[in-house]
Design a protein around this ligand. Structure first.
Ligand code: FE
Length: 286
């Protein structure tokens, strides 16, 4: 019993987001990269954008650079147009995920493709190991119908964006930090337990309802808007109470490398940040 409990993950820290504004004035709820949670190696930032007021999102994210990490956009509602300085473009819609490996650098824009209605989703920043920071940029644009939808139990629905659950592999591949990214829906009174790589850092974020994470004495209830940083362990147990609940579960292999960050550049040393700014300003992000 004790050995079993030791392998099960529990919430070690609960974090609430703080209001933030980014791009040309998009209103965000910043969960990672804020005073309460600076980062969770390899995760550098997590924003939730959710509004049905066009004024909160319509200005979007006009042209801006990235170097040295990956941005992952997962849409729950609404439409976003993505374009970059290398001629890539695409449309993100509800259920889409875009895993963008910025590598040595891109300049892109992320603009709403709607004038009203609900816009809801997440952007996660995932660090790259030192050896990969200057690789060529790469996109994985995943349409909603390419995301496996599992129903491991009655009333439990799981969308697997990245990583492996049982024998099923998510559509995002070849990521250095071997991430797991799952979107879970639990009907009232249901529960789910899943296996996770034991040493990955992981968090859950509840975006609807209430979720009980863990079990027994270490169980912790998280409500809408709360992020739980998880202990290490092989298994995660979550349960809904009397109402439907929705959450994301994200896990990744920590890099344990020095982090030097400045805005949209995330490198290992201050000198590399200086070089990134110089390259960008002199037009070398091509
Ligand atoms: Fe961006």
């Amino acid at each position: 019993m004790i050995a079993n409990a030791a392998r099960s993950r529990r919430v070690v820290t609960t974090v609430r987001g703080m209001p933030a504004s980014d791009g040309a004035g998009v209103k965000l709820n910043r969960l990672i990269s804020q005073p309460a949670l600076d980062m969770l190696d390899p995760f550098l930032l997590l924003d939730e954008f959710r509004s049905d007021r066009a004024g909160d999102y319509i200005a979007g994210f006009p042209d801006h650079p990235h170097r040295g990490f990956e941005t992952v956009t997962y849409m729950l509602a609404g439409n976003m147009r993505h374009g970059d300085n290398q001629g890539n473009s695409g449309r993100l819609r509800a259920g889409s995920v875009q895993w963008m490996t910025a590598g040595r650098g891109i300049i892109h824009s992320e603009m709403p493709e709607q004038e009203d209605g609900l816009m809801w989703g997440f952007q996660l920043w995932v660090n790259l190991p030192a050896k990969d920071k200057m690789i060529a940029p790469r996109y994985q644009d995943i349409a909603p119908e390419q995301v496996p939808r599992l129903e491991p139990a009655e009333g439990v629905e799981l969308r697997l964006l990245a990583g492996r659950i049982g024998e099923v592999q998510g559509p995002v591949t070849g990521i250095a930090t071997a991430p797991l990214y799952v979107d879970l829906r639990l009907q009232p009174g249901t529960r789910w337990s899943g296996d996770l790589p034991e040493r990955h850092n992981a968090f859950v974020y509840v975006y609807e309802g209430l979720v009980i994470v863990g079990e027994g004495e270490s169980a912790c209830a998280l409500t809408r808007g709360e992020l739980g940083v998880l202990s290490h362990g092989e298994q995660l147990k979550v349960a809904a109470d009397g109402a439907p609940a929705r959450l994301i579960l994200v896990a990744g292999k920590p890099l344990n490398e020095p982090v030097a960050r400045y805005g949209p550049f995330v490198m290992n040393t201050p000198e590399q940040i200086t070089a990134a700014i110089r390259d960008y300003q002199s037009g070398h992000f091509v």
